[in-house]
Design a protein around this ligand. Structure first.
Ligand code: HEM
Length: 183
């Protein structure tokens, strides 16, 4: 009984303290500066809460999302549909499917999704291998690259992504060419 009389208020205090701490969590840092974020300056984007140190940084985040190819094509859902269809096409393409014989395709699909999301302007950075390292030992030649790019372009066309956006996406993909071909 003595134990109960003492511990319940103590417990309530600890609980209240930790809840308050959680709300003003010093672990919330600004997406851009890494400085402590200002309480209340947050944006929820695709299930993640992003915090900011100023109204200006918060506005910049919103503006960058709107401007991103990633959001313009429809964000995670659209990109997932695209990557799924892309690998269906790649695996059906005898020019290049042999490259993926030993590849765990579910994991490759996830990685490609994460890479393209970051490349097209999603706020989550790509943490995998850089494109030169990832393709270094695969002996990929220019026609192979072009075949893969063609499959991606056909995928985006089939999914009725706006032509101008497709052109911009293909320019970004072309930017990986020298790394993928290790030249
Ligand atoms: C067109 C631009 C390309 C992009 C953006 C791209 C992207 C990626 C990414 C994100 C990975 C995973 C990297 C990691 O492990 O962290 C990867 C791996 C791989 N890519 Fe590419 N890739 C491209 C072109 C190609 C081409 C042209 C081929 C072959 C024709 C190819 C074949 C492969 C293979 C076989 C792997 C390794 C899979 C494994 O680990 O088993 N990629 N690529």
């Amino acid at each position: 009984m003595h134990f109960r009389k003492f511990s319940l208020p103590a417990l309530a205090f600890v609980l209240l303290f930790s809840l308050t701490e959680a709300q003003e969590s010093p672990s919330a840092v600004c997406f851009y500066t890494g400085a402590p974020a200002k309480p209340g300056l947050t944006i929820d984007y695709e299930g993640v809460t992003y915090a900011f140190s100023s109204e200006e940084k918060k506005a910049r985040f919103a503006q960058e999302r709107t401007a991103s190819l990633y959001q313009q094509i429809g964000g995670a859902a659209a990109l997932k549909a695209a990557v799924d269809l892309f690998y269906v096409k790649v695996l059906a393409d005898d020019r290049v499917n042999h490259f993926f014989e030993d590849t765990h395709m579910a994991s490759q699909n996830r990685k490609q999704m994460a890479f393209l999301a970051a490349a097209l302007g999603a706020p989550v950075p790509w943490k995998g291998r850089d494109m030169r390292t990832a393709h270094a030992n695969l002996d990929i030649r220019e026609p192979d690259f072009n075949a893969i790019a063609e499959n991606l372009q056909n995928t985006l066309t089939e999914l009725k992504i706006d032509e101008k956006l497709i052109a911009q996406i293909m320019t970004i993909v072309a930017g990986t060419k020298d790394d993928v071909l290790n030249r």
